[in-house]
Ligand binder design. Structure first.
Ligand code: CMP
Length: 155
């Protein structure tokens, strides 16, 4: 089984026009995008996704924040995916994250921290199933192109 993780690009990132910047960091690292969509998250999905935070003082604020605009959900695939993505993303609190990581470069907040990334392979599979149907995940390339020119162009 290939290693996969779920990334949620949060409302603060969309509202600050950071989507391309964030996706490009994952792409440049060599991680493969196998699922990608935009969604508005409602109370039911948020209460399931953040069930482990339901007794925290910030839970109501977290839901309000996550509903403030659509989010982008993406599934990334690659070796050692949990560790490599968490290094690219940085720790939860932006003000503790190293410069060079997504949160280190773009967040000064524990709540408005730009992205969510799964914390284990087991949770990644649960989270991917929560947001993606099997048909929304893609296995590619089907053909190994050389990307220089197509044989059909040479007449
Ligand atoms: P995430 O990785 O999506 O997991 C839980 C989220 O809760 C976290 O990112 C933050 O958006 C939010 N969060 C975590 N800690 C705090 C906090 N101390 N105050 C407010 N929000 C928090």
């Amino acid at each position: 089984m290939k290693e996969r993780t779920l990334i949620i690009i949060k409302p603060d990132a969309l509202q600050r026009n950071l989507l391309g910047e964030i996706i490009s960091r994952f792409e440049k690292k060599g991680l493969k995008i196998i699922g990608f969509k935009m969604m508005e998250l409602g109370d039911v999905l948020l209460e399931e996704h953040y069930a482990h935070h339901k007794d925290k003082s910030f839970f109501a604020g977290l839901k309000r924040f996550m509903k403030s605009s659509p989010v982008i959900l993406t599934v990334l695939e690659g070796p050692n995916i949990i560790k490599s993505v968490r290094l690219i993303v940085g720790p939860t609190r932006g003000y503790e994250a190293d410069a060079g990581s997504i949160r280190g470069d773009f967040s000064m907040s524990a709540q408005y921290n730009i992205v969510h990334a799964s914390d284990s392979l087991e949770n990644a599979e649960i989270e991917i199933r929560r947001f993606f149907a099997p048909g929304e995940l893609f296995d590619y390339p089907k053909v190994d192109f050389e990307w220089i020119y197509s044989e059909e162009e040479i007449k």
